[in-house]
Design a protein around this ligand. Structure first.
Ligand code: ZN
Ligand code: ZN
Ligand code: ZN
Length: 90
């Protein structure tokens, strides 16, 4: 079973409040689902969104792990290992 080897790059908690995808808000774009980068806290949109800002950010900044910001969802995804997992709080 695949595991993520980048857990040490989780440096921030998911935000409690967020307005939406930071890049989409800047360009007037729309998004489907939101993800947060766990290395720097940047909020981006998912791969079902037109602009895919979360995965673009992960590739550009080499920040591998995002967590879903959808209500009731707590899973994370590593773009490098391509594996989903849940980060235990604390
Ligand atoms: Zn990983
Ligand atoms: Zn976006
Ligand atoms: Zn980041």
């Amino acid at each position: 079973m695949a595991t993520c080897t980048h857990l040490d790059q989780i440096q921030v908690d998911p935000p409690e409040e967020f307005a939406g995808c930071e890049e989409c808000l800047r360009i007037g774009g729309t998004w489907v689902h939101l993800r947060v980068c766990r290395t720097c806290g940047k909020v981006g949109c998912c791969d079902s969104s037109p602009n895919r800002h979360a995965s673009k950010h992960a590739a550009a900044e080499e920040h591998p792990i995002v967590t879903s910001l959808e209500p009731g969802e707590d899973w994370s995804w590593c773009f490098v290992d391509e594996v989903a997992f849940v980060v235990e709080p604390g």
